[in-house]
Design a protein around this ligand. Structure first.
Ligand code: TAP
Length: 455
């Protein structure tokens, strides 16, 4: 019997579409097709591969409004964010379209011959995507993988498959062969697991929870399979007394409530220097209460719903009776998986409100004494994805940036993602880097060839 999955609009709880779930046998067949397509794809002349990726980017651009509207329906993203996300896919494709012609090896001087290095594609790459940013995260895997000459099988999250399916249609319309880029909607435990165990998949790119990431890494160890992991975060937003407090407080809601807090880079721990703590909270309150929560298709909406009933129940469980809520905004009653923007003041950094990746619109605010205290608190976590530092002191900005154990730091800003700069985590936030030039190397193997010229 064919299993299907009802895709739900999280803002209305209505069924948007029904998607057929790919089986383990179909996954194996897709992987076999991708492996068969690999030799021809890697042999495509670099300029032609670049042209195909640019055509794919142009097709995404032409379909941008449709993709964005689809994401509003499927993931509950605000229309403004969804347009940015579709635009990010286009830009990532253009960026990596420049790669095939620039992917070169080296010639290293050796006695008695010539020594050459080649950047070889890996083969079939399996990309496993979460539900929080279905389009960009997919493209951060498939664009560099395809550019480097690999073929790709991609599994979208079960909850949010629609835009990935559309992206595959656009890729094929642009001329990328069907077996070179395949999207397989299905369960993580079925499709995702076959990516991990199937010997013809040479690399797995996984974005999602740290817990599943560890399982993927352990599973890949059996075949020493290459792996890139982008996992969770509990990111510090450090506000020093010398900062522009108005600016820091106005930006803080965007830093955490964007995408309803379902963002691995969400600055969900605000650490504020004690001497300005009360003033900062006075400024933060109207900024939080002013967040417009509602219909994600409305241009004025700033925060949409959570992804699912189950996820909202998990987020809610962090606020039992008597939880230290400082203030809380408003959210629609329902239908829809709504949750209000909420500010809490936990007792310390190891309180679950300050330590767990809640992945919802709850932000913890904690006071710190001085710079050393701020660094110690920021680093007192198993995660290490991103952090913000608010200060007018350049020396402090650099000192603290170097001392915080995280992959993506922003000073007087919450911006974490630019497609041409590296993105990824320290500690249990991940392994390897996506985006920028670093990502390309992760989709190739270096081969060294020595040619004896002495005869
Ligand atoms: P995960 O369970 O980690 O799912 C992420 C992706 O991995 C999905 O495509 C999922 O498929 C797949 N998957 C699940 N189990 C798998 C397995 N054993 N083998 C291969 N693939 C597997 O995340 P979630 O359940 O959607 O969210 C749970 C929590 O993870 C969130 O509350 C949040 O804390 C965190 N999370 C973090 C991120 C980022 S970007 N760091 C993103 C999403 C979630 P299915 O969709 O079919 O389960």
């Amino acid at each position: 019997m064919t299993a299907t999955f009802d895709v739900i609009n999280p803002a209305t709880e209505q069924v948007v579409d029904s998607v057929r779930l790919v089986t383990a046998e179909e996954t194996d067949a897709a992987i076999a097709r991708a492996a068969k397509a690999f030799p021809a794809w890697r042999a495509v002349a670099p300029g032609d591969r670049a042209r195909l990726l640019r055509r794919f980017a142009d097709a995404v651009d032409a379909d941008l409004e449709n993709l964005a509207r689809l994401e509003v329906l499927n993931a509950g993203h605000t229309i403004g964010n969804a347009r940015w996300e579709a635009g990010n896919v286009r830009d990532v494709l253009h960026y990596y379209a420049a790669a095939p012609e620039r992917l070169t090896g080296r010639q290293i001087p050796v006695p008695g011959g010539v020594d050459l290095t080649f950047a070889e594609p890996l083969g079939v790459v399996g990309v496993i995507v979460p539900w929080n940013f279905p389009m960009p995260i997919a493209s951060w895997g498939f664009a560099p993988a395809l550019a480097a000459g690999n073929t790709v099988v991609l599994k979208p999250a079960e909850l949010t498959p629609l835009t990935a399916v559309r992206l595959a249609e656009l890729a094929h319309q642009a001329g990328i062969p069907e077996d070179v880029f395949q999207v397989l909607p299905g369960k993580g435990s079925v499709v995702g697991q076959r990516f991990v165990t199937h010997p013809l998949v040479r690399k797995v790119v996984f974005t999602g929870s740290t817990e599943v990431g560890k399982q993927i890494m352990a599973g890949c160890a059996d075949q020493v399979k290459r792996v890139t992991l982008e996992l969770g975060g509990k990111n510090a937003n450090i506000v020093f007394a010398d900062a522009d407090l108005e600016k820091a407080a106005a930006a803080a809601p965007y830093g955490v409530f964007d995408n309803a807090g379902q963002d691995c880079c969400a600055r969900s721990r605000i650490l504020v220097q004690k001497s300005v703590y009360d003033r900062f909270m006075e400024l933060l309150e109207p900024a939080v209460l002013g967040v417009v929560v509602g219909d994600p298709g409305d241009e004025k909406t700033e925060m949409g719903p959570l992804i699912s009933h189950g996820h909202r129940a998990k987020v809610r469980s962090y606020l039992p009776e008597g939880a230290p809520i400082a203030f809380q905004g408003k959210a629609p009653d329902g239908p829809g998986y709504w949750f209000p923007p909420t500010v809490v003041t936990p007792s310390g950094v190891r309180d679950p409100l300050a330590a767990d990746e809640i992945f919802g619109p709850i932000v913890a605010v904690l006071p710190f004494a001085d710079e050393a205290d701020a660094i110690a608190m920021a680093n007192d976590t198993d995660y290490g994805l991103s952090a913000s530092i608010w200060t007018r002191d350049v020396g402090r900005a650099l000192r603290v940036s170097r001392a915080v154990e995280a992959g993506n730091l922003s000073v007087n800003s919450h911006s974490s993602v630019r497609y041409w700069t590296p993105f990824g985590g320290f500690k249990q936030s991940g392994l390897g880097r996506e985006l920028g030039p670093d990502a390309l190397a992760a989709f190739t193997e270096t081969k060294n060839v020595f040619i004896d010229t002495e005869g």
